[in-house]
Design a protein. Sequence first.
Length: 397
Amino acid sequence: MTDFTATRALFDLPEGMIYLDGNSLGPLPRGVAARVAQAITDEWGQMLITGWNRAGWMDLPTRVGDRVGRLIGAAPGTVTMGDTLSIKVYQALASALDLRPDRRVILSDTGNFPSDLYMAEGLCRTLGPDYSLKTVAPEAVEGAIDDTIAVLMLTEVDYRTGRKHDMARLIAKAHAAGALVVWDLAHSAGAIPVDVTGADTDFAVGCSYKYLNSGPGGPAFIYIAPRLAEQVRPALSGWLGHEAPFAFDLDYRPGRGVERMRVGTPPILQLAALDAALDVWDDVDMQALRARSIMLQESFIAQVEASCPTLTLASPRDPQTRGSQVSFRHPDGYAIIQALIAANVIGDFRAPDILRFGFTPLYLTPEDVDTAAKTLARIMDSRAWDRPEFHARAKVT
């Protein structure tokens, strides 16, 4: 049984703040600052370049990858860390297309995160006019899978509404049609139970700075199914993906398995932060986390719908078909979120009209949810949001 009081104590949360935005940037776990300071002063400071061997820096992408892999149902040695999520999307897509040379279509949905779609569009332009990205409504994905599709690329949980795809069902449909599947787990890893092995996905990618709390710009991860790992030819064939990077051969030979998806020098300080942040997960049961998340979400929805009639639920009504976030719609959603932030309740806004709230049971309590709902009701009832400073758009929303 996961003790959520104990996990809350592992986070350094600002006094008086209710943080409902861990689905965008996770808060600071208490052990991270000391671990990063150690990496800076004891390792970089004292070991300098010998830290690659003495401090085990070169092995961090694999070692930390295994720790992330445990949270997504991946076997040891099938996940590696590094680069950004957009780069990992590109790598996975390019490799999947290469494995289906007789097909030219990437299928995705209109709810996918735009960066994933941009990377797919850019890859298609690079490969030539025969390649294309096809997008359909999220509800229409299953019906659009046919024998023309090379790769199905989806984000499991919609970043705006929290709608959750049925991963296993869609993988089975895609495989039956001869397509490969790439999953973006940015809003899944650390938020909901994931089993990439049991679902038999081909590739999975994700970031680590949301529910995994690695800090802003933390490294991304990539998973390759073991049955494909020795067949994949990396499009971004960087030196650390080479079979023997320190042989400095002029010709590329891919490394073993997922190691070939390493590109450049790993971000050691951010991997150290993630490594420490993952300690929070050591005693967490993902099924218990999911049950607690649904309980918090259902409480928030009930209270907001009862007290804020002008807000419209944008997330699925059925909790089993959404991730660990709840979204509402309002034409003045941006200003409402700014008023909430000013009241120390942190959510965020997604265009054109989404008020988005993340539910992370590791540090969020039922009392937090009650206070957040009451604060939102007060702001809506008094129209406290309708002030010029709350309508002024900042660079980051």
